[in-house]
Design a protein around this ligand. Structure first.
Ligand SMILES: [Ca+2]
Ligand SMILES: [Ca+2]
Length: 256
C-alpha cells in the first residue's frame, strides 16, 4: 500500500499516467470484431474436360466447342471429408484464363465471350474417375447457376459462384464429394470455329490459380478468430511504442 501511495506522488505522475495508458491499451486487445472463420478446399485431382466424342483429360477445364463442332464440358469436384452441413455459406472459384469466339483466341483481359449463351454450373453426382461416360452426369438439383453470363467478357482471373445449397445437400446426404459440371447453354453453334472458355485445372498449374471452394462456418460459441493479421499486430505495435516511451521517462528520471 505504501508503495502505491509513493508511486502516486506528484513526482511520478507522468510515469503513472503512461502506465495507465498501457493498461487501457492492453484491454483493447480483446477481440471486438466478429470475423467469420473460412475453410478452403482445393479441387480433387479428378477434374478436367469431357467431349461429346469421347475425348477427355485433366489438363484443362473447358466449356465450348471446337473447329470440328465437337463440344466440351468441364468437371470439377471437392472432397467433403470433415465438412458438416453446419456451413453458412460456400463459394466455388474457378480461374478463367482464355476465351474464344468464332475461332479468335484471347488470353488477356477482357476475354472474348464464346457467345454460346450463359456459362453455367450444375450440381452433379460424383463421377468417380473422369472418363467419357461422364459427359451426361446425373444432375442432383440445387444447381449454382450462371457463372459467366452470355454477355460478360471476364478478366483473366477467378470467377466465383455461390454453391451453399449444393454443398449443404451433399453434406446432409453424406456424399464423399461435391461435384460440378461447367457447360454453356448452347453446346455448339455449328460454325466450324472454336467458341469456348478455358479454366485452370488442379494438376500441374500454380496453386494460386487452382479451383477451390471456400466454406464459411460463421462464428462459433462467441469465440472469434481474426483473419486480419494487421488487425492483430497493430495493438502490439502501439504497446511497444508505449513501452519505449515509459523507458525513456525512466531513463530521464535516472539521469536527474
Ligand atoms: Ca467417371
Ligand atoms: Ca463454334
Amino acid at each position: 500500500m505504501k508503495a502505491v501511495v509513493k508511486l502516486m506522488t506528484t513526482r511520478n505522475l507522468p510515469l503513472v499516467l503512461l502506465l495507465m495508458i498501457v493498461i487501457v491499451s492492453a484491454a483493447s486487445f480483446l477481440p471486438v470484431h466478429e470475423v467469420q472463420a473460412a475453410m478452403i478446399i482445393y479441387s480433387d485431382t479428378e477434374n478436367g474436360v469431357v467431349s461429346n466424342v469421347g475425348a477427355f483429360g485433366n489438363g484443362n477445364i473447358v466449356a465450348g466447342d471446337d473447329g470440328g463442332d465437337h463440344y466440351y464440358r468441364g468437371f470439377v469436384k471437392f472432397s467433403l471429408s470433415g465438412v458438416s452441413d453446419a456451413i453458412v455459406s460456400a463459394t466455388l472459384s474457378l480461374y478463367v484464363y482464355s476465351g474464344s469466339h468464332d475461332g479468335v483466341y484471347t488470353a488477356a483481359s477482357p476475354l472474348l465471350n464464346p457467345g454460346l449463351g450463359d456459362c453455367q454450373v450444375f450440381h452433379i453426382a460424383d463421377y468417380g474417375t473422369l472418363d467419357p461416360t461422364d459427359f451426361n452426369p446425373t444432375l442432383l438439383g440445387n444447381h449454382p447457376g450462371v457463372l459467366i453470363s452470355s454477355t460478360t467478357t471476364p478478366d483473366v482471373g477467378y470467377v466465383s459462384i455461390d454453391i451453399t445449397a449444393a454443398v449443404q445437400d451433399d453434406a446432409r446426404n453424406g456424399r464423399a464429394f461435391s461435384a460440378y459440371m461447367i457447360r454453356n447453354n448452347v453446346d455448339t453453334d455449328s460454325d466450324g470455329k472454336v467458341d469456348s472458355f478455358s479454366f485452370v485445372p488442379i494438376v500441374g498449374k500454380p496453386t494460386d490459380q487452382s479451383p477451390f471452394v471456400s466454406l464459411n462456418y460463421g462464428t462459433v460459441g462467441g469465440i472469434v478468430v481474426s483473419t486480419d493479421k494487421l488487425e492483430v499486430v497493430a495493438p502490439f505495435v502501439t504497446l511497444a511504442g508505449l513501452i519505449v516511451a515509459v523507458s525513456a521517462v525512466v531513463v530521464v528520471k535516472k539521469r536527474r
